[in-house]
Design a binder for this molecule. Structure first.
Ligand code: OOG
Ligand code: MG
Length: 264
């Protein structure tokens, strides 16, 4: 789309944040702004981030999404995207996630990277990511699109902070360089039954490649990934819809298991 005013960006950010905070789904924003560009969509996302920071939320890192074939074909969108993670998105392992604050949540098995040095693009690669990673942890991301029926296009989902809602990390801390993250097997269970299985290579052939991709996308906006960030790699498996009272657990080969509940 051509021109979009700062005021319109602000209005879209407010609309999407209200949907999140009031737990109400809305029509995708490209219904109103059919030509919204990807850059403009990220402008909306960064404005939501600014609003949260202004109210005292701390940004703890990023999530990368649509990085595996399973996710791309499930959502009908075939380009990786990123979103930010605010402090209140993190939920403790073994705890209970308040499902009343979520519209239609789904869970995905991912790898969380914790960085110890700054990463700058363009040209960031997997080796640099592994060198800058202090440790990894298995993670379950809880996504929750603010759009009706969990249906969107690329600009709409980017503006909606890539469906970010909550995340849970657990299991064993591991140094990234000592593991072959491509062959890291994961099992995602819902209520004690296996729901999805996968291996790390499902994410861009190597989960660290999704962190490099994030760093290179951030560079396009003159941004970098600061030391001390957490980055979610993107779902290794397709996402699994959950219901009130559900129990979710993740097992990662050699890295243990963890789980959590949704409130009834
Ligand atoms: C978009 C977010 C995708 C992932 O891991 O691929 C994502 C969505 O599917 O709603 O978090
Ligand atoms: Mg995800």
């Amino acid at each position: 789309m051509g021109e979009i005013t700062t005021q319109q960006i602000g209005e879209l950010a407010e609309r999407l944040e209200h949907a999140e905070l009031n737990v109400r789904a809305l029509a995708k924003i490209t219904d109103d702004y059919p030509g919204l560009s990807l850059e403009q969509a990220y402008d909306v996302q960064w404005e939501i981030r600014r609003r949260k920071e202004e109210r005292g939320s701390r940004i703890v890192g990023f999530k990368v999404g649509l990085t595996s074939r399973a996710k791309m074909s499930q959502m009908g969108v075939s380009e990786p995207i990123y979103g930010f993670l605010a402090d209140y998105f993190h939920e403790p392992e073994g705890g209970e996630v308040d499902i009343g604050k979520l519209i239609h949540p789904k869970v995905e098995a991912e790898i969380a990277f914790y960085t110890k040095s700054d990463l700058w693009g363009p040209g960031c690669n997997t080796g640099q990511v592994l060198a800058a990673t202090e440790f990894i942890l298995p993670a379950v991301e809880i996504i929750d699109s603010r759009y009706e029926h969990f249906k969107f296009d690329l600009p709409s989902v980017i503006a909606d902070n890539a469906s970010s809602a909550r995340f849970v990390t657990g299991g064993c801390v591991a140094p990234a360089g000592k593991l072959d993250l491509r062959t890291l097997g994961v099992v995602l269970e819902r209520n004690g039954r296996v729901a999805e299985v996968g291996a790390g290579a499902a994410v861009l052939n190597h989960p660290a490649a999704s962190v490099a991709l994030l760093v290179n996308m951030l560079a396009e906006r003159g941004q970098h990934l600061p030391a001390g960030s957490v980055v979610l790699s993107g779902g290794i498996t397709a996402a699994v819809a959950v219901e009130p009272g559900d129990q979710v657990s993740m097992h990662a080969h050699g890295l243990g298991s963890f789980g959590f509940f949704f409130s009834a």
